[in-house]
Write a protein that binds this ligand. Sequence first.
Ligand code: TXA
Ligand code: MG
Length: 344
Amino acid sequence: MASDPLPAAAADAAPGDINTRLLDAASAADVAEAERMLRAGRLVAVPTETVYGLAADAARANAVRGIFAAKRRPTGHPLIVHLASADRLSAWAIDIPPAARVLADAFWPGPLTMLLHKSPRVPADVTGGRVSVGLRVPDHPVLMRLLERLDTGLAAPSANPHKQLSPTTAAHVMAGLRGRIDAVLDGGPCRVGLESTIVDLTGPRPRIVRAGPIDREQLQSTLGVDVDVPEAHSVVVPGNMRVHYRPATLLQVLERDELVQRLHALDHTARIAVVSYGDRLRRVPAGVRRQVCMPADKADYARELYDVLHRLDHDTLEAIWLQSPPTDEAWRDVHDRLQRASAQ
Ligand code: TXA
Ligand code: MG
C-alpha cells in the first residue's frame, strides 16, 4: 500500500485537541465531507446497524494506526474490515472456504463478521500481525453508500475508548472520543445495538469467537454442520477480555430473588439504579434513585442495553443492579456483554 501523510488524529496531534465535527447522515453535503475525510486518511466514526464504528481506510497503514491512538487500544488487537459487498471478499481474503460464501449469502449485509485468511494486501496493523482478517458487510444504508463510493474497506472497531462501553448513538461517541477523532457521522441510534457475531472460518470447523445477534442455531442450520462455541472467552480474540464493555459505575447482575432481598435491606441514603426485566418493581425504596424497565423482547432489549448503561453511568450512582434476563440460547450475546460489563 502507498504510504500516506499521518492522519490528523494520529501521533502528531496531542490527545484531545482535535476539533471533532458532528456530521449529519441525512445531509448529502455532510456525507460527502465524511467521504472526503476518509479519503484523506482521517478518522470518522460511522453508524452501523450494530454499534458505531471508528472508521479509517483499511488499506492505509497510517490511517489505521490513528484508530489505535485515538481509542488508546493496544496495537495487537485486530480490527474488523467493513466491505461494500461480498464481491469484495477476494480483495481482502485468500483461500476462502465455501462456507464463507454460504454465510455471506445468508447474513450479509448484517451483523456477522467472518475470520478468513488475510490477503497480503491487508496491512499488518489491521490484523495485529495475525494471518486472519475479520470481514463484514454492514447493514446500514449510509455506511453502505460510503463504502461503495470509497471503493476500499473501512477498518472500524467500536467507536469507544478502549475497555469502555460501545456507542449506539453519536452522542455516546462524542462523550468518549471528542477531541481525538476528526468527525462523527450521526445516523441516529443503531438498530441492533450489540456488536456482530464473529465466526472463525480458518479452522477445520466453524467456531464462534464472539457471541452476537446471529446465534449458533442460525449458523448451524444455514451451514448444515456443527458450529463450535467455546464456553470460556476465547483468547484467540484479543479484545475478548473478561473486563470489557464496562460502564464506570459498578454493575451487578442479579437474579430476581436476590434483587428483591437487597432492596428490602437497602438504606435510604443509598444511590442505586435498578434495571428490571419485563415488568417494573412494585415497591421501590428511597435508596433507588433510578429505575429502568427493560423490554421483554430480546431484540428490543439488545437495542436499548448500551444506551441504558451509558445514561445511568452519567448519574453518579453507587451501583447499577440489573435483573438477569432469560438465559436461553438467543440471549447468549446479551449475557456475554453483561458478564464482561459486570466483571471486577
Ligand atoms: O459489530 C461490530 O462488530 C462492530 C461494528 C463497528 O462493526 N465492531 C466491533 O469491533 O465490535 P471491535 O474492534 O470493537 O471488536 C472486534 C473484535 C475484537 O475483539 C478483535 O480482537 C476481534 O474482533 N478480531 C478482529 N479481527 C480479528 C482477527 N483477525 N482474529 C481474531 N480476532 C479478531
Ligand atoms: Mg469494541
